[in-house]
Design a protein. Structure first.
Length: 453
């Protein structure tokens, strides 16, 4: 599927400003055309009135000359030559043109485009004067005024285009400078998406960008603190497991030493005492002492057996209980995510929970809560731990946005959770409740209860 990308913000702003200026220029051009048309009309009309008044005086005076009137009229008109902004023509009774005034030498040979002349050339009526059998026609000529207007417009358009280009370049530079912080903010967000929150944004001069930078810096600080707290928690848990393992190893070593060394010695003494009792039936003193030794070693053997039971039982009783570890982690996680309400329900699991089983339970809770913080956008999460039908059941339920329609199989640590649970022959289920969110549920079989010797 091809995605049509819209123009950049910089391009759109430049286009809007340039279009606005161009529209204003077009409106100004329209106003100028209207004013120019009116000015040409007034100029030509004024020149025509002067010529009209002159002809109104010249024609009657010429007609008063009698037979020489026609010749004198033509002589006077030829002597006058061109009349400003007008063309003067003389026609006989048959309509044949006898005289036309010379063309203006001003910008000779040049004319404005016909379409432009049609826009600005006003309509001015010609004047006709009867001189006997001759007709003098005064026709207003707007071509020179229209050509002046065309030259002025051409020069103005050139300057306007240059100004428009300068404004566009200045606007683009100003927008580039104003949007330069966006690139820095984008780089910071890219590093944050990669899990690196070491970059902080400066205080920008623009108020909106300054607020955005302040919010990002607060978010980065909170995430840094959360990562540091999670790292410390992992280290503390690793140290606690190492210490517990070391204590259990020491207990087992002491139990073996007691069983192997002291237990064998007591057994040997009992065998010797029994032999003495059998051989000294006729010697009451020695026989009584041997019986006392046998009784004492019996008490010693019982005491050693009791000590062995306590040592071996302690290796289970003193184990860091998974219920306490889960509850402690929930409390710690809630302290770092104050905007998410945590409801933790923990039931006793019994003494048969092994180290591997307890570690898997804790890891599943940790990974699920981490996913809630990173991806769910939830406001409430519930953690449940208990025994159902001879199986340990762990549930982490949130009211967030769930996994989406097509979740990737390797997202949110699901592969790691499944592998851990599968190693203990358990099951992992993910479902979305009707009211939304996500329900992560794991079931792990309880190991059989073993009796300690």
């Amino acid at each position: 599927m091809n995605i049509v990308r819209s123009p950049s913000l910089r391009g759109r702003l430049s286009l809007v400003l340039t279009t606005l200026i161009a529209v204003m220029m077009l409106i100004g051009t329209g106003v100028w055309l209207r004013e120019t048309r009116q000015a040409i009309h007034e100029e030509v009309e004024a020149a025509t009135r002067v010529a009209e008044q002159w002809l109104k005086v010249l024609v009657p005076e010429t007609l008063a000359d009698g037979p020489q009137a026609r010749e004198r009229l033509m002589t006077n008109l030829a002597a006058i030559g061109r009349i400003r902004a007008n063309r003067l023509e003389v026609f006989d009774a048959d309509g044949q043109r006898l005289y036309v005034s010379p063309e203006s030498p001003y910008k000779a040979g040049r004319h404005a485009p016909g379409w432009f002349a049609g826009w600005v050339a006003p309509e001015v009526a010609e004047r006709r004067f009867e001189a006997g059998d001759l007709a003098v026609v005064l026709t207003p000529d707007t071509s020179r005024a229209v050509l002046d207007a065309w030259d002025h417009l051409s020069a103005a358009i050139g300057w306007a285009l240059a100004l428009l280009l300068a404004i566009w370049l200045a606007t683009r530079l100003a927008i580039d400078r104003a949007l330069a912080p966006i690139t820095e903010i984008h780089r910071a967000l890219e590093r944050g998406a990669a899990g690196q929150f070491d970059q902080r944004l400066p205080e920008y001069a623009t108020r909106e960008l300054a607020r955005l930078a302040h919010s990002y810096n607060r978010l980065a600080d909170s995430l840094d603190e959360s990562l540091a707290a999670n790292a410390r928690l992992e280290q503390d848990q690793a140290l606690a497991r190492a210490l517990q393992l070391r204590l259990e190893q020491e207990r087992r070593a002491i139990a073996r030493e007691l069983h192997d060394e002291l237990g064998q010695g007591i057994t040997a003494v009992r065998s010797i005492a029994g032999a003495i009792i059998q051989r000294t039936t006729g010697q009451p003193g020695i026989n009584g002492s041997a019986q006392a030794i046998l009784a004492m070693t019996t008490q010693m053997q019982d005491g050693v057996h009791t000590i062995l039971q306590r040592l071996r039982k302690g290796s289970t009783d003193n184990r860091v209980r998974v219920e306490e570890a889960v509850e402690s982690y929930c409390a710690l996680w809630a302290s770092h995510h104050g905007d998410i309400h945590v409801d933790c329900t923990i039931e006793a699991l019994g003494e048969q929970v092994t180290d591997a089983l307890g570690l898997t339970i804790l890891r599943m809770v940790q990974e699920s809560l981490t996913n809630v913080a990173r991806h769910a956008h939830a406001t409430r999460v519930e953690v449940r731990l208990g025994v159902r039908d001879d199986q340990i059941e762990i549930e982490v339920i949130d009211n967030g946005r769930g996994l989406g329609e097509n979740p990737a199989p390797g997202r949110h640590g699901l592969v790691g959770m499944r592998e851990r649970i599968a190693e203990l022959h358990g099951e992992l289920e993910l479902s979305q409740p009707p009211h939304g969110g996500l329900n992560v549920r794991a079931r792990l079989p309880l190991p059989p209860t073993t009796a300690h010797p």
